[in-house]
Design a protein around this ligand. Structure first.
Ligand SMILES: NC(=O)c1ccc[n+]([C@@H]2O[C@H](COP(=O)([O-])OP(=O)(O)OC[C@H]3O[C@@H](n4cnc5c(N)ncnc54)[C@H](OP(=O)(O)O)[C@@H]3O)[C@@H](O)[C@H]2O)c1
Length: 323
């Protein structure tokens, strides 16, 4: 039989349909469902970074629905206000507030944290969700590489600045949003953080930032043992959001065409919510949640570079906490 004929054989057609059906069904499968989780967050305060769209907005909506005082940490006033209003309207929770934060700017992170610490007494949930991919190599005014500043350094500094309040508010949870792409990054190169060395392309940059999220979380969890503050990291799966906005139109079109097989933002928020609120996660720290609703321990494959958490070469050296 010719190869061409073989691929149009009814057997392959049926197999392809079955495979597509399985993929479609699998995108939704979670062993944990937020709507079946009765946890109420009255009296608790939560911050979600990058809550103006996509997964972050869906996470903030769920936390607000559980009556948390919910701080939307967004860089765009316009988009942030629209999201806050939408969430207040949908949940009836008046305790949903926008605070401006550009995680790629350490000055903005310090301003945000300073204002938060002035206004709030407690912090129970910190979701480091803001992230970008597809940006060209660029150095910020503070001397940091833009993708790394957004996905790694901002979350690192913000967490450190808020850690004292979280420990005082314990039990509290830190939730870092990584990606399955962290598996593609073979190693961490700290010189990427300042652009001293340049990743081969934006994919390598993104993968490295997401591996750094995992390593940061496992080390943070180790150092927070006994404080009542947990730190977990997750992959949300592949989710239909604005994440591809910086890619070429061709890549965006392909993503759009595949979107029927992808999770929507609400489904993509499940892993984050599992780490943030599920009773099953009480007392669990240093874990990777891979989007299937099951916690896996992260196995450290390589020793940490000795200067990773010192970050001596960065303006982050004046951290409030010596992590
Ligand atoms: N979608 C996926 O398939 C997927 C897969 C794996 C992991 N993730 C991760 O999930 C997280 C959320 O992404 P998403 O899919 O929801 O994408 P998204 O719709 O593009 O949302 C990203 C959010 O991050 C915000 N953000 C970006 N740069 C920021 C900055 N410098 N300061 C403050 N906020 C900033 C964006 O704000 P603006 O609206 O102002 O730009 C937006 O609210 C990211 O960490 C991403 O890496 C997503």
């Amino acid at each position: 039989m010719e190869v061409g004929t073989l691929f149009f054989h009814p057997f392959w057609f049926i197999c392809s349909l079955a495979l597509l059906g399985m993929l479609w069904a699998r995108r939704r499968r979670h062993t944990w469902r937020p709507e079946a989780c009765p946890v109420d967050l009255s009296g608790k305060t939560a911050i979600v970074t990058g809550a103006s769209s996509g997964i972050g907005k869906a996470v903030a909506l769920d936390l607000a629905r559980r009556n948390a005082r919910t701080i939307l940490a967004c860089r765009s006033r316009e988009k942030g206000q629209a999201a806050a209003e939408e969430i207040r309207r949908a949940t009836g929770n008046p305790q949903v507030h926008l605070r401006l934060l550009d995680v790629s700017s350490m000055a903005s992170v310090r301003d945000f944290a300073g204002q938060f610490l002035e206004e709030e007494k407690q912090l129970h949930i910190l979701v480091n969700n803001a992230g970008v991919t597809g940006l060209p190599f660029a150095i910020t005014a503070e001397g940091l590489e833009l993708t790394f500043a957004t996905n790694v350094s901002g979350a690192f500094l913000l967490t450190n600045l808020l850690l004292g309040t979280m420990i005082a508010s314990a039990p509290a949870r830190i939730v870092n949003v990584s990606s399955f792409r962290h598996y593609c990054a073979r190693r961490v190169n700290v010189k990427f953080l300042t652009g001293e060395e340049q990743p081969k392309n934006c994919s390598q940059a993104y993968d490295s930032t997401k591996l750094m999220n995992v390593i940061f979380t496992t080390e943070l969890a180790r150092r927070l043992q006994g404080t009542g503050v947990s730190a977990n990291v997750l992959s949300p799966g592949i989710v239909k959001t604005e994440i591809m906005r910086h890619f070429s139109w061709g890549a965006r079109l392909l993503f759009k065409l595949c979107s029927i097989f992808l999770r929507n933002a609400r489904e993509g928020a499940v892993s984050t919510l599992y780490c943030a609120v599920a009773k099953e996660v009480d007392g669990i720290s240093g874990c990777l949640q891979d989007g299937l609703g099951i916690c896996f321990l992260v196995h450290q494959q390589e020793p940490l570079p000795s200067n990773f958490f010192g970050l001596e070469m960065m303006p982050l050296s004046q951290l409030q906490y010596d992590l």
